[in-house]
Design a protein around this ligand. Structure first.
Ligand code: SAM
Length: 275
């Protein structure tokens, strides 16, 4: 899985790259809170601003926002990622494509309310978020209850959160959290690429689909706010695994070793049972 502090390629000087592509990196995003679509409208261009602001949270190296921004010039795309190396690559892609409607912000996923006003965001994309399968890392998931409650605050009433993942356990965990956080599911797919073949791809989608993954998707919109959002779901992704442990099928990224260990345990138990 993507390390939060990825190793740098040879001859890659991160600071130099961040400096070179600084025009596509917003270092003081809180300044734009409440006025992203107007404040980021390109200088010298007539008009009242972008139609809407969409966020790609955990945007990685930016393939998805760059292609999305190229297709929809009247929408502002804000890519957010905690990993500076990803920010450098994404900013480079934005500048090389000469896009004026995409920007990246180097921040953690818990920062949304600090940089966006209530209802300011029309869509939050979560493309292949890091699954963090262990219970003790559950709070780091971008689909945890705490994060989803924060996203609700910045999403427009008609807005959507769009999750795409290769991981059935993460998708099923997300379903529990969306319910607790007061969202309603407006679209769900076991094969999103087949249902929306024209949707831009992300780097992870390309890579994982080449390894045999199907894209699972959930789109959710804010519904009635729950009176009490207490965590009642199981937090380990192991508890969402299928009984057959994906036998003969694609194993979700980030859970490979867990599955190997569980299959070994199962085999040992079966041998023990026979003895
Ligand atoms: C598996 S990669 C997916 C990247 C991209 N969305 C894609 O589909 O190719 C997950 C990304 O989320 C970022 N990430 C993980 N946890 C994060 C957090 N709490 N806040 C912001 N970014 C995070 C990582 O740095 C990484 O770039």
């Amino acid at each position: 899985m993507h390390a939060m502090h990825a190793r740098l390629p040879v001859n890659f000087v991160l600071e130099e790259r961040l400096e070179r592509y600084a025009d596509a990196i917003e270092k003081q995003p809180a300044v734009y809170r409440g006025c992203w679509t107007r404040a980021c409208w390109p200088l010298g261009k007539s008009g009242n601003g972008f139609d809407e602001a969409r966020v790609d949270l955990g945007c990685g190296k930016g393939a998805f926002i760059v292609e999305s921004a190229r297709r929809e010039p009247n929408v502002l795309f804000v890519g957010i990622d905690a990993e500076p190396l990803c920010m450098a690559y994404a900013a480079q892609r934005i500048m090389e494509a000469d896009l004026r409607n995409a920007v990246v912000v180097p921040l953690q996923g818990d920062a949304l309310q600090r940089i966006f006003a209530p209802g300011e965001v029309s869509t939050i994309h979560l493309n292949f978020p890091t699954p963090y399968p262990r219970k003790r890392d559950a709070a780091r998931r971008l689909v945890s209850l705490e994060r989803l409650i924060e996203y609700r605050e910045v999403l427009a009433d008609s807005g959507t959160l769009r999750l795409r993942t290769d991981s059935q356990p993460l998708r099923d965990f997300a379903l529990t959290q969306l319910d607790l956080a007061g969202y309603r599911i407006v679209h769900s797919s076991e094969d999103e690429r087949a249902e929306h073949p024209d949707e831009p791809s992300s780097e992870y989608e390309e890579r994982l689909c080449a390894a045999g993954a199907h894209v699972l998707a959930l789109w959710a919109s804010p519904a009635n706010k729950p009176v009490c959002s207490e965590q009642t779901a199981s937090l380990s992704l192991v508890d969402y695994l299928p009984e057959d442990l994906f036998e003969g099928r694609y194993v979700p990224h980030g859970m490979e070793q867990t599955i190997v260990n569980l299959r070994r345990q199962k085999e040992r138990a079966a041998r023990g049972g026979r003895a």
